[in-house]
Design a protein around this ligand. Structure first.
Ligand code: ADP
Ligand code: ZN
Ligand code: ZN
Length: 818
């Protein structure tokens, strides 16, 4: 093979490679990292394919191979290709997901004067050349970029070139310093026999070198080398004393590489597996049979990737099944990746894995320091861990011999990367990865994503059900849910944020020394207009989506078609004047609770109070230790936590979130309510949930309060079918941002027209374009945002025709339209 197709580390909005010739002295494989010339610079690239022919006539040569072995495995190269093509990113962006932390580096150009220039050459210089040479001689070796800034007047580059040509200066290129290195710790040891050391002590004592004496005495007693930080801490000696003794040859210093392991400061008591319940047994036998099949080298059942969807209510024993599957994978000589929505919110899942597989679990996530990530990445690649747990990025851990992928809470939005390309969804990537590696994929959720459930209904995923909750080893019932109609409270004169029923229940729980959770959905607060007497929510007459209130213009806006209208003073349905904005934050709820229940200890848990690295754990630990009676929080408290003392969960306003201009708003609300309801009564004492709403008849609220996923699914999937929304179509969301509002709108309109033309031209009759409209979040960091939604069986053909200028971003399969 003489040529390589290389994915280069340069901003590109399309997946494309560049052809390079391979010089005879370099040997390369697919997946190899390389340095390649690109324009005037050297940049990093990854070899995607080797071939005998270049794809263009003129090729440059690969400058250097990085490492002697390919950095990506064969299946990773395939995965990288698939991600870039499916989510429209550059190949390198896709590959970067799999590269070691801190791998990406640049080349820096230095310039330096030669030491002894000849007088003849010097005398031939112009004034400006002398000036620059003088500057250079003062500086010595310096970064070209830095010199350019120092040079003041322009054209300094030309002058430098002239100096280089005259042989007065040389340019060199060097790699930027590696961002992470193995962490080294210095260890001290005695370098001489004890007898010798004692003699030294005697003479040092005479000189009153107390520090050195202390250190030597200490080392005489220590049988093993001891680390410098520990020595310092225990003796309080200065590094001066250490250096002096080292110089005298009395002690030796050795640099030892240490691992940075984030689980190292915690210990977990090993726990044996439970005996499975009948439901668990049934689910488990199917998974285990499939794993055994794959291990024998037989193709997966139905010849599709082996994907299981476990639909099991909270506390039904899903995690127990995941751990069984992990144990089986390990006994088959395979390794495991476990994905959780967010590390900080799932400490219980992590500690359970850590306890079941002591010292075999690695934790990988983005909040680790780069050094920690690097160390763990290396060890994973060396096969040091049976199980890798992490948030979505852990899917790309270099786990050798992958046999099982688990995705807990598969419906969670954090599995989609949307901030930066590649805007991938970890579920779809996991399906692809499982197919490429012949691994089994287990998805689990109490409230599966409607799309996933649809795949299960169609037989693409294998559906497993755990309908019963387990509590203390016995099957227990789901908490009872009461829905309170806030319209009635109001008409009967109760204007407080607590219905009479909720207020009474809180008082009872407090009296019984039990704990209460009050939940407030934060997404969509104060964005829609609802009549407090009849519950009516204003909708777009054209699109049926709820209208969004924009404070700046005091308008109601449709985010699908840009329809606008004024906020009415009276309700168009019941003529009530109580048509107003719902908007209340956790802080306000906290104030109200404090007023109503002054004797209760309160704890608030939302993004505002959990900025630090450990504060999630701290808040959770404090509440679990019963340091507070009432926990007030947002989405975060809905996660999978075991809180046995909680017997009451109150949902302050279930309607919030239901009316976001997004086809997923009902699904989101259902999921959140179902999860919150699952928090109550996980202990022996049972529990109660009270949901307050102005529209208690809404199917998402009704289904959630009955713990009835199938009822919700049935209603929701038929709406989706009617509207042609996913899973009956695919969406692409195009967002344009600009600092100027007018320019932003103009560009969005231009691209919309272009898309419309292309769509007509390609005769894509089943493709619809929504927009252009200002985004729901209209301004982010001073930039205006407009969006266009493409809804189509496959938006890619339309998009691949399009070359979008800087400022646009494309999100395929967006999880949110707001
Ligand atoms: P999920 O992951 O579905 O929320 P878990 O696996 O956390 O459910 O199980 C809920 C609780 O029941 C946990 O405390 C777990 O230890 C316990 N449990 C799970 N399976 C069994 C079993 N077969 N026998 C006894 N207890 C079990
Ligand atoms: Zn009304
Ligand atoms: Zn509309």
């Amino acid at each position: 093979m003489k040529y390589a197709e290389v994915a280069v580390n340069s901003p590109l909005t399309q997946p494309r490679t560049f052809s390079y010739a391979i010089p005879p002295n370099i040997s390369l494989g697919e997946g190899h990292a390389v340095w390649v010339p690109f324009g005037p610079r050297l940049i990093q690239g990854i070899v995607l394919t080797l071939s005998d022919y270049p794809s263009v006539e003129d090729t440059k040569e690969i400058a250097q191979a990085i490492g002697s072995e390919p950095i990506l495995s064969q299946h990773q190269v395939e995965l990288c290709r698939w991600i870039a093509e499916r989510y429209l990113s550059s190949y390198f962006e896709a590959a970067a997901l799999m590269l070691p932390p801190g791998f990406e580096r640049r080349v820096i150009t230095f310039i330096q004067p030669i030491p002894n220039p000849s007088d003849v050459t010097l005398s031939s210089l112009t004034g400006r050349q002398r000036e620059i040479l003088y500057l250079l001689q003062q500086k010595g070796k310096v970064k070209l970029k830095e010199l350019k800034q120092l040079g003041g007047r322009d054209r300094i580059e030309d002058v430098l070139e002239q100096l280089v040509r005259k042989g007065l200066a040389v340019k060199t290129q060097e790699l930027e310093r590696a961002k992470v290195r193995p962490r080294l710790v210095t260890y001290l040891n005695l370098a001489v026999p004890t007898k010798h050391a004692r003699r030294a002590i005697a003479s040092l004592e005479r000189k009153r070198a107390t520090q050195q004496v202390k250190l030597l005495q200490f080392l005489i007693q220590e049988p093993h080398p001891i680390s410098l930080p520990e020595t310092r801490e225990r003796l309080g000696v200065t590094s001066e004393a250490v250096k002096t003794l080292h110089r005298k040859g009395l002690i030796s210093l050795e640099e030892v590489r240490v691992q940075r392991d984030p689980l190292a400061h915690r210990t977990f008591a090993p726990t044996p597996p439970h005996t499975l319940t009948t439901d668990q047994e049934e689910a488990w036998s199917r998974i285990s049979a499939e794993m055994a099949r794959l291990a024998r080298g037989e193709p997966p059942l139905d010849n599709a990737p082996s994907v299981f969807l476990i639909h099991g209510v909270t506390g039904s024993g899903k995690t127990e099944i995941y751990m069984r599957a992990a144990a089986q994978a390990i006994s088959l000589g395979k390794r495991v990746i476990v994905l959780v929505p967010e590390i900080a919110l799932t400490p219980q899942t992590i500690s359970r894995f850590a306890a079941r597989f002591p010292n075999r679990v690695a934790l990988l996530h983005s909040k680790l320091s780069l050094g920690e990530q690097f160390d763990i990445w290396q060890r994973i690649r060396d096969g040091d861990f049976d199980v890798v747990i992490g948030s979505r990025g852990a899917l790309f851990a270099p786990q050798p011999d992958l046999g099982l992928i688990v995705m807990d809470e598969e419906h969670e939005w954090t599995y989609k990367q949307h901030e930066q390309p590649p805007r991938y969804h970890a579920r779809d990537v996991a399906i692809k990865l499982a197919g490429l590696t012949n691994a089994v994929l287990i998805l689990g959720s109490a409230t599966p994503d409607v799309t996933s459930y649809y795949q299960a209904q169609r037989g693409r995923f294998k559906l497993l059900k755990l309908p019963q909750r387990i509590s203390s080893g016995e099957v227990s019932t789901m908490p009872q849910v009461e829905v309170v109609d806030l319209r009635r409270e109001l008409s009967e004169g109760n204007r407080s944020i607590f219905s009479r029923s909720l207020a009474r229940a809180i008082a009872e729980s407090l009296a019984a020394r039990e704990q209460v959770i009050l939940f407030l959905n934060r997404r969509g607060t104060a964005t829609f207009v609802q009549c407090r007497d009849c519950g009516l929510v204003l909708r777009c007459p054209r699109c049926e989506v709820s209208l969004t209130y924009h404070a700046a213009v005091e308008d109601l806006v449709c985010h699908y078609c840009n329809y606008r209208t004024k906020v009415p003073h009276i309700c168009p349905n019941c003529l009530s004047k109580r048509i107003k904005f719902l908007g209340i934050g956790t802080q306000k709820v906290e104030e109200e609770v404090a007023k109503a229940f002054p004797e209760a200890q309160l704890l608030r848990w939302d993004r505002d109070v959990t900025k630090g690295k450990h504060s999630h754990e701290q808040i959770m630990a404090r509440f679990l230790a019963h340091e507070a009676d009432i926990l007030i929080g947002t989405q975060m408290i809905a996660k999978g936590l075991d809180m046995p003392l909680v017997t009451l969960v109150g949902v302050i306003n279930a309607d919030i979130g239901l009316y976001l201009p997004d086809f997923r708003s009902s699904e989101r609300t259902f999921q959140i309510l179902a999860q919150v309801a699952g928090r109550a009564g996980r202990g022996k004492s049972g529990g109660k949930v009270i949901v307050q709403s102005y529209t208690p008849e809404h199917y998402a609220i009704v289904a959630a309060s009955n713990h009835d996923y199938p009822a919700f699914y049935k209603q929701e999937i038929s709406f989706r079918r009617q509207q042609g929304d996913p899973p009956f179509s695919k969406l692409a969301r195009l967002i344009y941002t600009h600092t100027n509002a007018g320019r932003c709108q103009k560009e969005a309109e231009r691209v919309y027209n272009l898309l419309e033309q292309n769509s007509n031209y390609q005769e894509l009759s089943d493709t619809s374009l929504l927009g252009p409209t200002p985004s729901f979040t209209q301004r982010v960091r001073g930039r205006f945002r407009w969006q266009i939604i493409i809804r189509s069986p496959d938006p890619l053909p339309l998009l691949s025709q399009l070359s979008l200028p800087h400022g646009w971003s494309v999100d395929i399969d967006p999880v949110s339209l707001v």
